[in-house]
Every structure is written in C-alpha cells, then in structure tokens.
Ligand binder design. Structure first.
Ligand SMILES: NC(=O)c1ccc[n+]([C@@H]2O[C@H](COP(=O)([O-])OP(=O)(O)OC[C@H]3O[C@@H](n4cnc5c(N)ncnc54)[C@H](OP(=O)(O)O)[C@@H]3O)[C@@H](O)[C@H]2O)c1
Length: 348
C-alpha cells in the first residue's frame, strides 16, 4: 500500500458529510484529518453526529468553512448550492484536490441562474471540473484536480439510458423521467414541509418541471452519447429516509425486447463493481442498496406501447453522494475504484 492521503470533509455536520466520514473511517489509503462546518463550527464530530462517536475522527473539531484552507491533499466539499463555488477555488489554489458533492461544478455557467437561481461566482473554474460518473467517464477522472460528483437522480438515470441510446435501442427525443426520493435527500435542515407530520403517509411531486437535476441528466447523456436528449423530469418525495428510484420512459427504436435492453446494459457494465443489472423480469428495490455503493438497474420493453422502461435504484447518501465521491477520489488518486467501498447493503 502507498502513502496515506490526508483529507478534509467540509460540510461534515451534514448528512452527506457525515456519511463521508463514516465510510472513510475504513478506507486504507485516505485518512480524515480535518473537518469543516458552518453553524456547527467549533463543535466536534461526535457532538454533531453522535452515531460516529468511537471513530478516530470523533474528537476532531469542525473548523469554519470560510477560514484558511486546511493542510490536506484532498478535500470533499458537501455544502449547500452556491457555497462550494465560493470555497473550492481557494482549495484548488492551495494545491488541494477536490471532490465536490454539490451541483456547483456540474453545469455550464449560463445554466446556474435558470436552474439553481444564482449567478456562478467562479465561472472561470468550471472548465477544470470533470463530471465524475465513474462507470462512463472513469478514464477522464484519473489525476483530476476537481471532480464534480453527480447528483443522486442523474446517476441511475444516465447510467440506465446512456448505453441504450448509444446502441440506438431507444429514441432520444422521447425521454420522460419520474423520480422518487426519501427525505434525507433534502439534507439535514428541518422544515415543516419535510417534517414527519407533513411527510408520513404522503407521496408528492415537487419542483417539476424545473428541478435542477434536469439539465444535469441532459448534459450527462450528451457527454456519453454525443446526442442532445431533452428530458422531462418529475421528482417525488416519499415517506422513507434513504433511497432513490428513477423510472425513465422512452420510445423503443425498432423492435427491441426486454432481453435486448438487458443484454445491452449487462455488456456496458460487465465487471463494474457497483452496477447491478437485474435479469429480465426482476425488479429493482432501493431497500437492497441501502448502505452500499451499488446502483441497481433493470430494463423493460413494452411492445404493446413501443415503450422502454428503465428503472434505477440507489442509496442517495452512498452511490448518490458520499460513496460515489470516494469512488471518484480513488480514481483521481490512481487507486482501485472500489477501495474502501461497500457492495453489500444493509437489510432489512
Ligand atoms: N442528501 C443527499 O442525499 C445528497 C445527495 C447528493 C448530493 N448532495 C449534495 O451534497 C451537499 C450537502 O448536502 P446534505 O444533504 O449533506 O446537506 P445538509 O445535511 O444540509 O448539510 C449541509 C452542510 O453544509 C454546511 N452549510 C450550511 N450552510 C452553509 C453555508 N452558508 N456555507 C457553508 N456551509 C454551509 C452545514 O454546516 P452546519 O451544519 O455546520 O451549518 C452542513 O455541514 C449539497 O450540495 C447536496 O445537494 C446531497
């Protein structure tokens, strides 16, 4: 084993940041030596995340995120939209490799006012970012100084659709995506709309058709296939804690069967440790992916309506956030991509 890389987690008090620290605790080549928080600066990790008491990092204090860059080689930024874009340039200038878990480096500058509601504060740094979907763009991530970790909805959507579009099995003009997420997808900040009272026994759409993951799905598919793929995306909040399921509908091009779609996905992800393509007829289940870095994919061809249905499921805090960020850090550092990452889920 080579040297151990010193790492910081900025946003360690949040859900994604806490999950990063938990997963990195067993990573053989990355050690968390610095933490950053905003309102919780000055408190220790164990104070803000009592479930992490006992880890080597438990007594580390959270430093203010807007202070001097930490003395590390690698930083994970798990901050609200807009905050990363202000912090990341200083980290890069200090020679720190960055994996950003938010959306601040995933899109072209002109998209931020429309989809995120702010002018990007560092548009000149956007070209430095590699879009970190390892199963499709892994060859671009090695050595990258800045990796934009994909969103939880775009990850299963782009992984499911890209091989089928590239093989000409579905039509690019016809894609509709339905998403479902548990409440942890919204982060730790409480609001009445996300409370138990408002969410228990409720399933409701939100932010349609303007959800910020829409242009990211389109961009990811364009990067993967070279084709413009307009997407209508409708996300829903469901009364669960973890888990994302995306269901994409597209017009079948030609007479592809379920077996044809499934074979195409299997060939695309053969040997990849974190993509589980289910056999024809089997159905994905977000619950099986809980705590693991696995995304489950399934494809259905409905000949009666000439429609392909491509379903994906993952744990939003692992393959949808912290786990994929570690996968990206592994690749950027030249380590095997699966280093320190779980493939087995927590069940029930
Ligand atoms: N939750 C998910 O499933 C998920 C999935 C994929 C990507 N992400 C992305 O990961 C990032 C973090 O999400 P999260 O769910 O972990 O959010 P969260 O639980 O709300 O945590 C946010 C973190 O950012 C810090 N913070 C809050 N306001 C800040 C500010 N103005 N400036 C700097 N830091 C500030 C918080 O610090 P204090 O607590 O100390 O104030 C906390 O550490 C977001 O960009 C999100 O889109 C989340």
């Amino acid at each position: 084993m080579g040297e151990v890389v010193r790492a910081a987690v900025l946003g360690a008090s949040g859900y994604a940041g806490g999950e990063l620290v938990r997963l990195l605790a067993t990573h053989p080549s990355i050690e968390v030596v610095a933490l950053g928080g905003h309102g919780s600066a000055g408190r220790t990790l164990a104070e803000v995340h009592p479930h992490l008491a006992g880890l080597a990092a438990a007594d580390l204090p959270l430093d203010p995120i807007d202070g001097d860059p930490p003395a590390v080689d690698l930083a994970f930024t798990a901050l609200p939209h807009g905050a990363s874009a202000r912090v990341v340039p200083g980290l890069l200038d200090a020679g720190i490799r960055v994996v950003d878990l938010g959306g601040d480096f995933r899109l072209p500058a002109e998209d931020y006012p429309t989809w995120y509601g702010f002018e990007h504060p560092a548009p000149e740094r956007l070209h430095e970012a590699v879009y970190g979907l390892p199963e499709l763009f892994g060859d671009r991530i090695g050595g990258a100084a800045l990796v934009a970790n994909p969103g939880c909805y775009p990850t299963p959507t782009v992984l499911g659709l890209a091989p089928l579009l590239a093989a000409g099995l579905i039509e690019p003009e016809s894609v509709r995506v339905d998403g479902k997420t548990g409440l942890s997808g919204a982060g730790r900040g409480a609001s009445e709309a996300l409370s138990f009272s408002a969410s228990e026994d409720s399933v409701r759409p939100y932010r349609a058709p303007g959800h910020q993951h829409t242009p990211e799905m389109e961009r990811g598919l364009e990067l993967a296939t070279g084709r413009r793929v307009p997407i209508l995306f409708v996300p829903h909040l469901v009364p669960a804690v973890r888990g994302v399921v995306t269901t994409a509908y597209a017009r079948l091009a030609g007479g592809a069967s379920t077996e044809d779609l499934t074979s195409c996905l299997r060939a695309a992800y053969e040997g990849r440790p974190f993509v589980r393509v289910l056999e024809a007829g089997a159905m994905v289940d977000a619950k099986r992916t809980r705590g693991s870095n696995v995304v489950e994919l399934q494809a259905i061809a409905d000949a009666r309506t000439a429609t392909a249905v491509v379903v994906g499921a993952l744990d939003n805090l692992v393959k949808g956030a912290a786990g994929q960020a570690i996968q990206n850090a592994n690749l950027a550092l030249g380590l095997p991509e699966a280093t320190g990452l779980p493939t087995a889920g927590v069940y029930p």
